[in-house]
Design a protein. Structure first.
Lengths: 333, 445
């Protein structure tokens, strides 16, 4: 007699999987990767490869020999961490730098908590910040390496726009003078920025990835939009008060990793809030902290620290920012 | 513009592959196995014994409590036994087994095709008639209809809502009766409006059934202007009672509350037809429209099926169980029950028999929760399934109550949407039952 399957409802399941979602994020990062390969050539490829391979190997070794659980490297999350870490480093970083970063990201920030879904902090960001505080010279050396495709770049013009502004202000220059001296243009920032980490060369490529993630419903727009919105509002207020001391809002959004941070780092499922209200609070918190660090701290950028600080607040946000319940506030009439 | 509910929901493929198949009468069976527990509440008490001769529509068991319902024979023949037999999930339930001999109906049942529009009975008479004919809600829960039509003292119904959403994928039985008997359903609606003493009724239909909406609008517009046909967005669980009330009236049924708390009574279209047949045609509820469907079947069918037909007989009628079918579901794929006994029989509220292949129904291997919040977004009650699952597994009953596990409507959206294949609803369902038991056991204030 034929045997029938018996199980509780529902008997249908959606087609989404963890692996598919991670793959979609990697696809969304590919325009940025391609643009960075165009600008930085072999060093971008090298960083991405070393990052991905070392993250996957570290995760496999820990999963297999230390925590002895089921195999998890197939879900692409380790590969994604490696790629994100690579895209967040200066283009001229040596291969061993990203190797150390990967060991910290996967070994310390992810696997010690129990692997995927358990970590409190975004692994790629922990890796990046570890490198930033341990190797400050390399991590702020924005010299552009020689590319196969694009020759004749002035190798000395590698500082990030934000550090140029910060140094300029320290020297007593005002915004107009800094902008004139450095020839900043928004078009150039959209397509190919002057300096910055591997992945943020082109704002347009990052935005293309954002649109892809939204269309595929991998992420919701709440976190990125609330970060970008709050950055615009806060920097706008400062700018209106004193346009010679503070950069304008558009410049502030297009520089210093706001886009890659808000689209790809802050939206990490594991380390971001569950409810939509919580996501907005989290995003505004990141935007606020980023600008405070930029204006009053010693680092010119700041979004990495802002995201990590807000990561630590996520359990609290989840506890107090509950989703809207059905039938709780009854409006009958 | 179609209306819809405010929170959550999913969009599974609707797979209404049997929509075009007209309703056909299911061939007479050899033996009918009629369960005494076809409704919510106390089982009915048999009033026949072995050897009795019964006719189609004859009372064979009577309601045995406040929440219970009469049961009538669906066939004519000789009662061969009254015994405990397994239902579709294997629970032993009292059944009246009738050996079929011919098809002799009770003389007082009007079997003509003529549509009777004039309602002669008064409100209380209608409710008594509905109770006598053993009508239960055919939307799934099988709650006795006469009780639903008699609001408790102090509560007054303002609207009657007829639920024609049929938001479950695959099911087409409600659709078929809406296109084949629209006038009868609208008369049934009028009858229930009189019983409830309400002036307005809304009739919600999902907008993937444009033919039904057009037909109902045409007839209602001409003869029954007090019944408004409301197109609803195709979105699961649009047909959930609370979701439908919100979509149509904007009112939210409070936690642990009933629709009557916001002045609404909801009845399914199948119930409206059964009410019409009972009140106008004197026909008790002993059959129903059942969709037999599945992508693995060559032919999709909609049958008028007598209560007490076994799943084996149904399979035989469609030419046997298809080779690649691994799961039989009584009801829809989102909330229906998997059949574990082929010798179990259909009941009043059986609406479909769905056959799924392994590829269609396979659950993936569970992996770590990645906190993607897709379950939170999908939950139409605004709950946090990921959290309820964790609390359930840790048996944290107090926290579960604080996080409103008792509001779960078991629609299955969370489990459907989970990319990590976590059996969210399985664990939530267990703890929900526990929490509701605790809440109910508390002394009332």
């Amino acid at each position: 007699m034929k045997k029938l399957l018996v199980s509780p409802a529902p008997h249908l399941h959606g087609k989404e999987s963890t692996r598919g979602l991670m793959r979609d994020v990697i696809i969304a990062l590919s325009p940025s990767l391609l643009v960075s390969i165009y600008f930085f050539g072999f060093s971008a490829i090298k960083l991405a490869l070393v990052g991905i391979i070392s993250c996957v190997v570290v995760e496999y070794v820990i999963q297999r020999y230390v925590i002895k659980s089921t195999k998890t490297i197939n879900d692409y999350s380790a590969a994604l961490t490696g790629l994100l870490l690579a895209l967040n480093l200066p283009p001229n970083s040596p291969w061993w730098l990203i190797l150390i970063g990967s060991i910290v990201a996967i070994g310390v920030a992810k696997m010690t908590f129990g692997g995927l879904g358990q970590n409190l902090f975004n692994p790629a960001l922990v890796g990046r910040v570890f490198l930033l505080v341990s190797f400050p010279v390399i991590m702020t050396d924005w010299t552009i390496p020689v590319s196969w495709f694009r020759e004749g770049i002035d190798a000395s013009s590698g500082a990030t726009a934000l550090s140029i502004v910060k140094e300029g202000l320290a020297k007593g220059l005002n915004m107009d003078q800094i902008f004139q001296a450095n020839d900043f243009s928004y078009m150039e920032m959209l397509f190919s920025k002057i300096g910055g980490s591997v992945g943020e060369v082109s704002a347009l490529a990052l935005i293309a990835g954002f649109v892809y993630l939204l269309i595929r419903r991998v992420i919701k727009p709440h976190i990125p939009l609330s970060i970008i919105g709050s950055v615009i509002v806060i920097t706008g207020i400062f700018w209106l008060v004193d346009p010679q001391q503070y950069a304008d809002p558009i410049f502030s959004v297009l520089t210093g990793g706001i886009l890659i941070g808000s689209i790809f780092m802050a939206t990490d499922y594991v380390t971001s809030p569950m409810s939509k209200q919580g996501m907005i609070l989290y995003g505004v918190g990141i935007g606020f902290l980023t600008i405070m660090i930029r204006y009053f701290g010693s680092y010119p950028e700041g979004i990495s620290f802002a995201i990590l600080i807000m990561n630590a607040c996520v359990p609290l946000i989840n506890k107090f920012m509950l989703p809207k319940r059905f039938g709780k506030e009854v409006k009958n009439g | 513009m179609s209306k819809t509910f405010s929170l959550g929901g999913i969009h599974p493929h609707d797979n209404k592959i049997s929509a075009a198949a007209s309703i056909e009468n299911f061939p007479l069976v050899d033996t009918a196995y009629i369960s005494m527990s076809q409704h919510l509440g106390a089982p009915a008490e048999p009033v026949v014994a072995k050897g009795d001769i019964v006719k189609v529509g004859q009372l064979i068991a009577k309601s045995s409590g406040f929440i219970s319902a009469n049961i009538h024979s669906s066939v004519s023949g000789v009662v061969s036994s009254v015994e405990l037999l397994p239902d579709l999930s294997g629970t032993m339930v009292q059944h009246v087994v009738i050996k079929v001999d011919g098809d002799v109906w009770m003389e007082n049942i009007d079997r003509s095709e003529e549509i009777v529009g004039e309602i002669k009975l008064s409100g209380p008479e209608i409710i008594a008639k509905i109770a006598e004919c053993g009508i239960v809600g055919l939307g799934g829960a099988a709650f006795p209809t006469n009780i639903k039509l008699s609001p408790p003292p102090g509560k007054k119904a303002e609207y009657l809502i007829i639920n024609g959403a049929e938001c479950e994928p695959y099911l087409t039985s409600d659709y078929r009766i809406m296109v084949e008997s629209p006038e009868q359903i609208l008369i049934g609606t009028k009858i229930m409006m009189r019983a409830l003493n309400v002036k307005n009724a809304y009739f919600g239909v999902e907008d993937n059934k444009p033919k039904a909406i057009k037909l109902l609008k045409k007839i209602a517009g001409k003869n029954y202007p007090e019944i408004k046909i409301v197109p609803l967005t195709k979105r699961y669980p649009q047909g959930g009672e609370k979701q439908m009330i919100e979509a149509i009236t904007g009112r939210q049924v409070p936690s642990m509350g009933l629709p009557i708390d916001v002045g609404v009574v909801v009845q399914n279209v199948g119930t409206a037809l059964a009410v019409y047949e009972a009140v106008q045609k004197n026909k008790p509820l002993f059959d129903g429209i059942v969709t037999i469907t599945g992508n693995c079947m060559t032919e999709q069918r909609n049958f008028r099926l007598r209560v007490g037909t076994t799943f084996d007989t149904m399979m035989y009628a469609i030419g046997g169980l298809p080779k690649d079918a691994v799961k039989l579901i009584s009801g829809g794929p989102m909330m229906g029950k998997a059949v574990c006994r082929m010798d179990a029989a259909s009941v009043k509220s059986t609406s479909a028999l769905l056959l799924l292949t392994e590829a269609e129904t396979k659950r993936g291997v569970e992996s770590n929760c990645i906190r993607c919040a897709k379950c939170v977004d999908a939950c139409p009650m605004g709950l946090e399934p990921y959290l309820l699952n964790r609390l359930s597994r840790a048996d944290r009953i107090e926290d579960l109550e604080e996080h409103m596990v008792h509001d779960c409507i078991e629609c299955g959206c969370c489990l459907y949407t989970c990319p990590s294949n976590i059996p969210l609803l399985d664990t939530i369902r267990l703890s929900k039952a526990q929490v509701i038991k605790i809440i109910r056991s508390r002394p009332k204030k």
